[in-house]
Design a protein around this ligand. Structure first.
Ligand code: ATP
Length: 305
């Protein structure tokens, strides 16, 4: 488990992290979301003891990172995939890390195989593509077989096969009971990977909820209905207390009644339905709506909305 209590971090005039309190629990993937500059990387760096909090406390498995005797065996992290000695081979890079934490050569071979880099283990890391560097960073995170894992934007640079592989790997790690915290700007991927979300904006906590609750709580439930009998169905639905909005293509967007109730109204009056689809916002829709005010570096188009 990772636990943050009242954590803040100031860089000069910038309050990068502002009084964050949350827990990352084992056995599930926690997605760490926030617009650019929201403080995600700074928070992860503080968890790893790379930045010292200005205020507050952080513990990993009940202890501060600096108090962990063999940190790689407790916490594995991918923060910056390019942060390797470019002249070292992938194998040598991992071997150096392993040695500093009392981990044997066999494990180095194992993690290279796990991330699919066996064939290029003897190549210099500086010649790797971004996707290969990400795989090497993931191998490094897994080296000590740690119970806590953090991945900052791990999907960057991966090809579609790699994206799917990483999703399965991350879900598998959580399935084994590990604590997994992962940031990504790819909302569709996050929706497929994470069970729980911690959302930040301008350094502050915006939400800490399960994926399902987060989307449901921020969605206006509505049902998309199509029928050849638009006027009659609209009349009966409004008569039953629903609000009905007619789209230009003739579809009805109905709120105030769920799909079952709408189906019943149609059946009672003998009106055919050609579509009856509960509408739910996507994670991306909800994220954009909730963080709109917290976006620091908006594009012009976004800023004028
Ligand atoms: N070493 C530093 N010195 C000064 N300011 C910093 C430093 N590191 C981060 N910041 C500032 O802290 C804020 C949070 O940055 P951080 O990189 O943690 O955000 P993020 O959520 O990871 O963003 P992104 O999604 O763009 O990676 C930003 O305003 C950034 O400019």
């Amino acid at each position: 488990m990772i636990e943050l209590h009242g954590v803040s971090k100031r860089f000069g005039d910038t309050l990068a992290v502002d009084d964050l309190t949350f827990r990352v629990l084992p056995g599930r993937v926690t997605g760490f979301l926030g617009p650019n500059g929201a403080g995600k990387t700074t928070t992860m760096r503080m968890i790893l003891g790379l930045n010292r909090p200005t205020a507050g406390t952080i513990s990993v498995g009940g202890r501060r990172y600096v108090d962990l005797p063999a940190p790689l065996r407790e916490v594995g992290a991918l923060l910056d995939a390019r942060a390797v000695h470019g002249s070292r081979t992938a194998y040598h890079h991992l071997l150096c890390l392993a040695r500093s934490n009392g981990i044997g050569r066999r494990r180095v071979r194992e993690v290279l195989a796990l991330v699919g880099l066996e064939r290029v283990a003897g190549k210099r890391a500086g010649t790797f593509s971004l996707g290969m560097s990400q795989r090497l960073g993931i191998a490094a995170a897994l080296l000590g077989d740690p119970g806590v894992l953090m991945f900052d934007e791990p999907v960057n640079g991966l090809d579609p096969e790699g994206v799917r592989w990483l999703r399965d790997l991350i879900r598998g790690l959580a399935g084994e009971g590990r604590t997994v915290l992962m940031s990504s700007h790819l909302m569709s991927e996050m929706a497929l990977t994470a069970d729980h979300l911690v959302v930040v904006g301008r350094g502050r906590l915006i939400a800490d909820a399960t994926m399902d609750d987060f989307v449901r709580a921020n969605t206006d439930e509505a049902v998309l209905v199509r029928t050849p009998e638009v006027d009659r169905l609209t009349g009966h639905l409004t008569g039953s207390g629903a609000a009905v909005h007619r789209e230009p293509d003739g579809a009805l967007v109905v709120s105030g009644l769920d799909a079952t109730a709408i189906g019943r109204v149609a059946l009672t009056h003998g009106l055919p339905l050609t579509e009856l689809t509960p509408r739910r916002a996507s994670l991306e829709d909800v994220f954009m709506a909730l963080t709109r005010d917290a976006v620091e570096y908006a594009s012009k188009q976004g800023a004028t909305r």
